[in-house]
Design a protein around this ligand. Structure first.
Ligand SMILES: *[C@@H]1O[C@H](CO)[C@@H](O)[C@H](O)[C@H]1NC(C)=O
Ligand SMILES: *[C@@H]1O[C@H](CO)[C@@H](O)[C@H](O)[C@H]1NC(C)=O
Length: 385
């Protein structure tokens, strides 16, 4: 832990707020209330956070009063966070879902993700307003982003290939999204310690809109470049563009995929040429990685945490502004699936749920016409019309 601790705190002498906490899986299914509200979404997502999550999430909904539990460490956090899931393509063409395992130092979460809220030293951040939501990344992209290699934005979405499961090993000497172990594409080699995907959200806001039709143009990445020598703070850039002047917390999702259990099914050479991992939208490149964020903290709890919780490692227990719950409480908060289909959790499936044939690019992925996949939720089927 010393190494990890050092890279988190060596950034400078000024204190900065940091929260780093685990969240267990809430549900895994084809829903996306931002991208496709009211409908079954085109591909599978893994969702964490409060149990107010639904097919549609009206911005006027008072999420903290609707949710009765959360899968996240802090009871005050009823937000929802979601990403695509990862599959392994077997040599005979069938798929199984790659299990998600607890990240380093988050306890015994049931899969899920690790969430960070970061405040760079000296810059006060404003917590997100009620109704705020955003998306980063684009599931149709199959090509490396064209921005400058050192841009904050160009490294926002990446994958870390862990040489070993050891959190003190060399794979952990760089902040997420920087250094020699991270790539923007899915690693085309075996990763003995699994793969961790990193999704950094923009941390600059226009100060006016809680959402936009594209769910992203009210936000922007900070200016400047990534500095891999100053830990996670190397990712927060050098200030906001004048179009998006308000600094909001830098949100990062880490998802730890246990790909190691598949390593013996292919030779090293086969793994390099065939790269058998695929994201749920039929993306074998990884460039289509994306994340969705729906703010749902109670009252001013996030602002209080960002003003006062300065622990260098972001330990939940060190943030006395907030209430921590046990891993058992987090793991017991679940939502029943609303889309009646097998997502490949424990069985081999013939095709990815939805209509998601593998599309390698580099052209953007196209939508399959006439898709016959399940398109109604169990709840809506049960409702008389
Ligand atoms: C989800 O929405 C449906 C339909 O509006 C509603 O009946 C249900 O109670 C909602 N679930 C939650 C957890 O709010
Ligand atoms: C595909 O391969 C897996 C793993 O070897 C096997 O368990 C499964 O039965 C096979 N499925 C088909 C349809 O061949």
């Amino acid at each position: 832990m010393i190494r990890l601790f050092l890279f988190l705190i060596c950034a400078g002498l000024r204190a900065h707020a940091l929260l780093r906490f685990g969240c267990s899986q809430l549900v895994t299914e084809r829903l996306d209330p931002l991208g496709t509200p009211g409908q079954v979404s085109p591909h599978v997502h893994q969702i964490i956070g409060g149990n107010a999550f639904n097919v549609t999430m009206d911005p006027a909904l008072d999420i903290p009063s609707v949710a009765t539990c959360t899968t996240c460490k802090f009871k005050e956090d009823k937000s929802n966070y979601w990403t695509a899931v990862m599959y392994f393509k077997h040599p005979n063409g069938t798929f199984t879902r790659v299990p998600q395992i607890p990240n380093h130092f988050v306890g015994s979460t049931d899969g899920g993700m690790t969430v960070y809220y970061v405040q760079p030293g000296g810059n006060r951040v404003s917590a997100f307003p009620k109704g705020f939501r955003m998306i980063t990344g684009n599931p149709k992209i199959r090509l490396s982003s064209p921005s400058e290699p050192s841009d904050v934005a160009s490294w926002a979405l990446s994958f870390r290939c862990w040489e070993s499961p050891d959190p003190f090993g060399p794979s952990n000497t760089y902040p997420p999204g920087a250094g020699q172990y991270d790539t923007r594409h899915l690693p085309n080699k075996k990763c003995a310690g699994g793969i961790r995907s990193n999704v950094f959200f923009p941390s600059c806001w226009d100060g006016k809109n809680t959402d936009m039709p594209d769910h992203s143009s009210h936000t922007a990445y900070p200016l400047g470049s990534v500095n891999p020598n100053v830990g996670i703070l190397g990712f927060v850039g050098e200030g906001c563009p004048s179009s998006h002047p308000v600094r909001v917390p830098h949100v990062l999702y880490e998802t730890y995929w246990d790909t190691s259990k598949f390593n013996d099914l292919l030779t090293d050479a086969e793994w390099e040429t065939e790269q058998p991992l695929v994201l749920s939208m039929g993306d074998p490149t990884g460039y289509g990685q994306h994340g969705d964020y729906l703010f749902g903290w109670e009252g001013d709890s996030l602002q209080r945490a960002m003003d006062n919780c300065m622990d260098g490692f972001g330990w939940p227990e060190a943030c006395t502004e907030l209430t921590v719950q046990t891993d058992e409480e987090m793991n017991s908060c679940k939502l029943a699936t609303k889309v009646g289909e097998n997502v490949g959790e424990s069985e081999y499936i013939e095709a990815l749920p939805g209509c998601n044939p593998l599309q390698n690019g580099p052209e953007p992925a196209t939508t399959v016409e006439g898709c016959l996949a399940v398109s109604t939720t169990i709840a809506s089927v049960a409702t008389p019309v």
